[in-house]
Design a binder for this molecule. Structure first.
Ligand SMILES: [Zn+2]
Ligand SMILES: [Zn+2]
Length: 341
């Protein structure tokens, strides 16, 4: 089978021919039809997450396909079933798994991180990872659900606990953020969107943002105050999470508001103004992917037309390096997806 392998940091992925994997007991092997390319894949390829991956390995965690082989002791999945992978592999036993927070399981493994992922013709995974799907959503749109859509859903519904009528500021409306705009609107929020990419703000408006601004061309804090009658936003979803954004995204909160960090700078720490957090009772919460149940809910919302997964383009497996270059240039809106023939 063909795989695209990360062999060295800051070097292009390399095409390799490998043996097709066999499923162990409790596992399935999926024939991959589509795999999204995520900003995290870029962070990994540049060595910024070298503490969690071991090279050489195969990235790719937004995986869609059909079941090619089924291991022993599997119920309810058979060869030819189509579906999508929940790419977090929780232990199922620890206190976090038991209380419904499997996405932060103490001994989590992930497809496309600790385990080989979907930049490949076939991928091996536990049966639990497979979410069967036979509906009408196209493969390239389906592939962006496990991360680009479900992460935004978890951040807004669970971590921000958004209520109808609240004002939400979405910082960064790229691969994840354009879905956050849609989900916040769907849940009854007034949405403000901020981005520096050409065309991003028009697209955010198309998907329901009430107000938009480019933080490079206006004072971002003033812009937020202008469109919230001077009060600030109830919720900020920061998809960037660098010192550059947090210096204004956190103070954009209303008193008692909640900032959810979805994006993160993996290397550099950020400055937080403690008096502001204390005085205004701001909450700062992390958000990490989603639970499997939330992914299943997202599939239903997309199926019913309430969320539109935004895919910029579809390219072949061997063109993955060009896709990563486009993400590096930072001009894309919506996901780039690999189609694997
Ligand atoms: Zn990702
Ligand atoms: Zn666990």
């Amino acid at each position: 089978m063909r795989v695209m392998v990360l062999k060295e940091y800051n070097k292009p992925l390399v095409l390799e021919e490998r043996e097709k994997p066999e499923p162990a007991e409790g596992e399935v092997v999926m024939k991959v039809s589509h795999c999204g390319i995520c900003g995290t894949d870029l962070k990994i390829s540049t060595g910024k997450l070298s503490s969690i991956v071991t090279i050489p390995y195969v990235p790719g965690h937004e995986i869609v396909g059909s079941i090619d082989a089924v291991g022993k002791n599997i119920r309810g999945i058979k060869e030819g079933d189509t579906g999508i992978a929940y790419f977090y592999i929780p232990c199922g036993e620890c206190e976090l798994c038991r209380n419904g927070s499997e996405n932060v399981c103490y001994s989590i493994e992930r497809l496309g991180f600790e385990r080989d992922g979907g930049f490949s013709e076939y991928v091996r995974m536990p049966a639990y990872s497979f979410c069967g799907y036979t509906g009408k959503i196209a493969g390239e749109k389906l592939s962006v659900l496990p991360d680009a859509v479900a992460t935004s859903y978890h951040a807004i519904k669970n971590r921000a606990a958004l209520r109808i009528g609240q004002t939400v500021l979405i910082v960064g409306t790229g691969g994840l953020g354009i879905h956050a705009v849609q989900i916040a609107g769907l849940m009854g929020a007034e949405v403000i969107a901020a981005d520096i990419k050409p065309g991003a703000l028009d697209m955010a408006k198309t998907y329901g943002a009430r107000d938009t601004f480019d933080p490079d061309s206006v004072d971002p804090l003033e812009a937020v105050m202008d469109c919230t009658s001077g009060k600030g936003a109830d919720i900020v979803i920061d998809n960037v999470g660098t010192d550059d954004t947090l210096r204004w995204s956190l103070p954009s909160l209303k008193r008692g508001g909640t900032l959810v960090m979805v994006g993160y700078d993996p290397v550099n720490p950020v400055n937080v103004y403690p008096l502001g957090v204390h005085y205004n009772e701001w909450s700062i919460r992390g958000a990490r992917v989603s639970t499997k149940q939330e992914l299943l809910e997202v599939i239903d919302l997309v199926e019913s037309g309430m969320i539109d997964p935004v895919v910029k383009k579809v390219i072949p497996l061997e063109a993955v390096n060009e896709g990563l270059d486009e993400i590096r240039e930072g001009k894309h809106i919506g996901r780039i997806v690999l189609k694997i023939e």
